[in-house]
Ligand binder design. Structure first.
Ligand SMILES: [Zn+2]
Length: 465
């Protein structure tokens, strides 16, 4: 059989890995969108490197757009097979893809309004109709279940602890009466997440496709997340009378923040302030999480016994309309604003950053991974001036970060994830979903652990296995 890497190859977005069996069955692992790659993004998203109608099945690791965001495009291109995912991933994918289609349609409409007569009409990458067709192809498979797709293929999901519903994918493939086991890690979470369970152990694999986002860094903080959050809020809002602006992904970090703030509120430590969640998608994602309590870790289950609404507390306000969002600009009172996206590459957060970056009273608090070229990445790197909405802005606000609030494990977590494997039995380990330099450093660590054959595939590279 063959395996080819059509995205997240020496990069962190566009996750797409294709397994082709001798009988031409094609199994696509994830169908993610490329994001934040500058001018080439559009080109990357319009070319798969394979024929959608030839794909037999898709197996989806989790609902982040860089893993599922091109599914509607695959369906529009002729894919008619089944998409396998966990139940929570299916629920989250529904709201994220509908939101993504809305953005695609709005962007195309905006470009067409600006279009000169001789220019071609801009078409959205996909529409809400394409998303509806896509959702009809989903079939759910629970964690820890051996699900027989056909005579040759058995699928098994284990919890990857990354976001609600996230899974590591394990395929047992019978080809010519020889069994091969392939594991795709998806994105791997941390072993001490506030909300989610830790990534699970899994049976021995022959081939492993492994994410490597934080393959060469550690992000344990010295203090607990709640303490760091409280210090930043007190210092900014009570001492300096400013605002705390937090870019956070709608799915995952926003709920983790709300849970931490709720914990402070339960202990009566949270100052009397308005805390806004300004992202309609975050509101929907919080509801989906509430509907899947099976993903919570044991600590959360204890809190649920004394507080049945762990994402809600005094002072919290959810903002839906654009008007309400804009009205926050003119309100001088200290407050906390949580808004998407996490890398500050799009969404309402960019307006809040623009309006607050020029005042040293304020703090911009980063709480997760930000691709180095994104606005969030530049702020994290300490840039003194940033470009947004076609203007340069001096960074006068304080920039803080809580590194351990990442959905991705650091390299110790990644090695922990692989610790259940006998490295001498792993025939090949492919590193995906990471910057190339990081992957090279991670490969050294893996070799030290005894994984002899570590490969870092290039975009569209194919291997015979
Ligand atoms: Zn992810």
């Amino acid at each position: 059989m063959k395996i080819a890497f059509h995205g997240a190859a020496r990069a962190v977005t566009g996750s797409k890995h294709l397994i082709t069996l001798k009988n031409n069955t094609q199994i696509l692992l994830d169908c993610g969108m490329f994001q934040g790659m500058g001018e080439v993004t559009e080109k990357l998203n319009s070319y798969f490197g394979f024929e959608p109608s030839n794909i037999s099945f898709v197996i989806l690791s989790h609902a982040h757009i860089d893993h599922c965001g091109l599914l509607p495009r695959l369906v529009a291109g002729g894919f008619k097979g089944i998409i396998y995912a966990t139940p929570a991933t299916m629920d989250l994918t529904r709201i994220l893809l509908m939101d993504s289609a809305k953005i695609q349609e709005q962007d195309a409409a905006y470009m067409n309004r600006k279009r000169k007569e001789h220019e071609a009409v801009e078409k959205p990458l996909y529409t809400e109709d394409d998303v509806i067709k896509t959702l009809g192809l989903f079939k759910v498979v629970n964690y820890n279940e051996d699900f027989k797709i056909n005579e040759e293929l058995t699928l098994h999901f284990t919890d990857a602890g990354h976001i609600l519903g996230s899974a590591a994918v394990h395929l047992t493939i019978n080809e010519d009466d020889r069994f091969k086991r392939i594991t795709f890690s998806g994105d791997v979470g941390r072993y001490d997440d506030l909300l989610l369970k830790s990534p699970q152990r899994f049976d021995q694999s022959d081939y492993i496709i492994m994410e490597s986002t934080y393959g060469d860094s550690l992000h344990k903080d010295l203090d607990p997340i709640e303490d760091m959050l409280l210090n930043i809020i007190k210092n900014t809002c009570l001492v300096k009378k400013g605002k705390v602006i937090i870019p956070a992904f709608s799915v995952g970090r926003t709920q983790e923040l709300l849970y931490a703030l709720n914990g402070l509120s339960l202990k009566n430590e949270l100052p009397d302030l308005s805390i806004y969640v300004d992202s309609p998608l975050s509101i929907e994602a919080t509801e989906v999480l509430k509907n899947h309590p099976e993903v919570y870790n044991s600590e959360v289950k204890k809190v649920l016994k004394v507080d049945d609404d762990i994402f809600n507390f005094k002072g919290l306000k959810f903002i839906e309309s654009v008007e309400e969002s804009k009205s926050l600009n003119s309100d001088p009172r200290p407050c906390v604003i949580i808004s998407a996206s996490g890398m500050a590459e799009g969404g309402r957060i960019r307006h809040h950053i623009k309006n607050n970056i020029g005042n040293k009273k304020n703090t911009i608090l980063m709480v997760g991974y930000a691709e180095p070229n994104s606005l969030g990445g530049k702020l994290l790197a300490g840039d003194k001036s940033v470009y947004l909405f076609r203007e340069n802005y001096d960074v006068l606000a304080e920039v803080a970060s809580i590194k351990s609030m990442s959905a991705h494990g650091d390299y110790e977590d990644l090695l922990h994830f692989l610790a259940c494997q006998d490295p001498s039995k792993v025939k090949q380990l492919f590193l995906v979903h990471g910057e190339y330099e990081v992957q090279q450093n991670f490969a050294v660590k893996l070799k030290e652990q005894g994984f002899k054959h570590v490969s870092i595939p290039e975009y569209h590279q194919e291997y015979e296995i």
